[in-house]
Every structure is written in C-alpha cells, then in structure tokens.
Design a protein around this ligand. Structure first.
Ligand SMILES: O=c1ccn([C@@H]2O[C@H](COP(=O)(O)O)[C@@H](O)[C@H]2O)c(=O)[nH]1
Length: 230
C-alpha cells in the first residue's frame, strides 16, 4: 500500500525546505507545496522535487473567474504535478472550466480536487461571511457541486469523511488536512482529527504539516505516524 500521508512543506525559505525534503523518502509520503513555498521558490523548485521522485500536490487553491482558473490549472498540468486544486466556492462554471482545461492531458492530467470549507473554519467563521449553514452542511453542498462538475475529489475535514464516503462513493478522493496526532497543538486548525481516526473514517490522504515539519525530529515523527497507520 502506498503511503496515505501528504506532508505540507510549509517553510519560510528554500534552504529549510530542502533540509527537510533531502531527508525524506518518497516511499513514505507525497509532498504538498502551497502558497508560501511556491511564492518563494517557483516552478523550478517543483521540477527539482519531481527529479527526487516525489509526487507533488500543488496546493494553490485557485479561486478566480473561470478563464483565469482554467489557465492556472493548465499551467499546473504543464508542471506535471500529481494533484492540484481550486476553491469549490468559485462555483460550478469555474470548476467545469478547470476540468475542461485538463481534458487534453488525458491520463497525464493531474488529479483536480476542490476545497470545500477550510479546516481552520468553524460555524462562527462561516456566519461572519454570511453563511448560516454548519461546516458539514456547507462542505456537503460544495462537495456535491464538485462531484457534479466531474472533479476527482475534495479537500475537507476528516470529520466530514464518513458522511461524504456514503454520499459521494468510493472513487471520490477525500483529502483531509487538520490532522493532529494525540497531544499535538491544534494551532489555527479547528476541525481536527487524529491520523488513525481519519484513516479509519475513510480519508484517502492525510495532509500533515507542522506536527511533522516543526517536530524536534521530523523523520522520526513521520515514521512513528506511519507505524500507527499500519
Ligand atoms: O482546508 C484546508 C485546506 C488546506 N490546508 C493546508 O494544509 C496544510 C495543513 O498544515 P498543518 O501545519 O498540518 O496545519 C497547510 O498547508 C494548509 O494550507 C488546510 O490546513 N486546510
């Protein structure tokens, strides 16, 4: 079985990122490159990570008009990334445009997934922006929209996974950040779950950042989490 862990490589500089990446084995995890590191390091950095044998999830969460998002996911596909994403709250015309843009890549297209409700948000955060639904209700609405647009899956909280698995089927990828091993700091995350419970609930991929990258011994922590998932 390939590893379900995607490490969020969120570092403030390229040297620290390489210090981490150079010590990880591609058999143990995939790597997620987000806004912080991509803005520092750019597309060449992604190419260098590919050369080391890693699958890359380019987590730029595109959220713009359909034409712009379609062109952005095309650029991601040209980089050869394994997975990329958009915000489902950009709506179905935007998601459909992104999906259509990848058609010509055939089996080489990256997996295209949509962010539902950020795992840092709880009900009060949704109310503040005019959404009176609970995180589960709002995430369900957006996940169904993403599925109807032909996307490959969604980013959601592991708390939503059991319900989504039943509604959205076994092939729809459920990618869950907000993963916190027992006793670790939740930081800014609000809808969290342990790695073991998230996997048991039906998550396909567990996105884990600070609990690994900021640990005293990141490699040991990664291995320990993997052992608990066996
Ligand atoms: O809903 C979301 C979507 C994306 N993320 C990203 O995942 C990682 C989580 O990092 P931690 O350090 O484990 O909290 C981070 O890169 C976020 O941008 C998310 O947390 N929630």
């Amino acid at each position: 079985m390939s590893s379900p862990i995607i490490v969020a490589v969120d570092f403030a500089d390229i040297k620290s990122a390489w210090n981490f990446i150079d010590r990880v084995d591609p058999a143990d995890c995939r790597l997620k490159i987000g806004k912080e590191l991509f803005t520092h390091a750019g597309p060449d950095f992604i190419k260098q990570i590919h050369q080391k044998g890693f699958d890359v999830f380019l987590d730029l969460k595109f959220h713009d008009i359909p034409n712009t998002v379609a062109n952005a996911v095309t650029a991601a596909a040209d980089l050869g990334v394994w997975m990329t994403n958009v915000h489902a709250s950009g709506g179905s015309r935007m998601m459909q445009a992104a999906k259509d843009a990848l058609y010509s890549y055939g089996k080489d297209a990256p997996l295209l997934i949509a962010v539902t409700v950020l795992t840092s948000m709880e009900s009060s955060d949704l109310q503040e922006i005019g959404i009176n639904a609970s995180p589960l209700e709002q995430a369900t609405r957006l996940a169904m929209l993403a599925k109807n647009c032909g996307l490959d899956g969604v980013v959601c909280s592991a708390k939503e996974v059991q319900s989504f698995r039943t509604r959205l089927g076994s092939d729809f990828k459920l990618v869950t950040p907000g993963i916190r091993p027992v006793g670790t700091n939740p930081d800014d995350q609000r809808r969290i779950m342990t790695p073991q419970r998230a996997l048991a609930a039906g998550s396909d991929y567990l996105v884990i950042g600070r609990p690994i990258t900021q640990a005293a011994d990141p490699m040991k922590t990664l291995k320990e989490i993997l052992e608990t998932l066996d």
